[in-house]
Design a protein around this ligand. Structure first.
Ligand code: SF4
Length: 109
């Protein structure tokens, strides 16, 4: 399976989501393998983190439950979905569908 690379901007000396730390004075924009960032994180833990993140958003940025479920239903039948990630944008679809201002990158919702 290929690993997806992503640009992740972190401050020098800051800690990435998997505990990796950039060196002081390192460029603030580094490339990380998204799959590597998730090593050691179970699917259940990631789902819980996304749900906690979405619940903490301002109300106007939270997608209404009926819209959220219909977005996920579309993603669930999409050929671009793989292991919870959208191959078009690289987002977790649970996250993307839960942000009211975000759209499907190929306009399926
Ligand atoms: S966001 Fe759009 S392209 Fe991505 S998996 Fe969902 S429906 Fe498919």
């Amino acid at each position: 399976m290929s690993k997806e690379l992503t640009n992740l901007t972190i401050e020098a000396g800051a800690t990435a989501p998997n505990g990796l730390q950039s060196a002081a004075g390192a460029p603030s924009s580094l490339r990380f393998c998204r799959k590597c960032l998730l090593e050691g994180v179970t699917q259940e833990e990631m789902t819980a983190k996304i749900r906690d993140y979405l619940a903490a958003l301002p109300e106007e940025e939270q997608t209404a439950p009926t819209v959220y479920n219909s977005r996920l239903a579309v993603c669930g039948t999409c050929s671009r979905l793989e292991n919870g990630l959208c191959k078009e944008c690289g987002c977790f679809v649970l996250y993307r569908a839960g942000r009211a201002s975000l759209k499907c990158p190929v306009e399926k919702w």
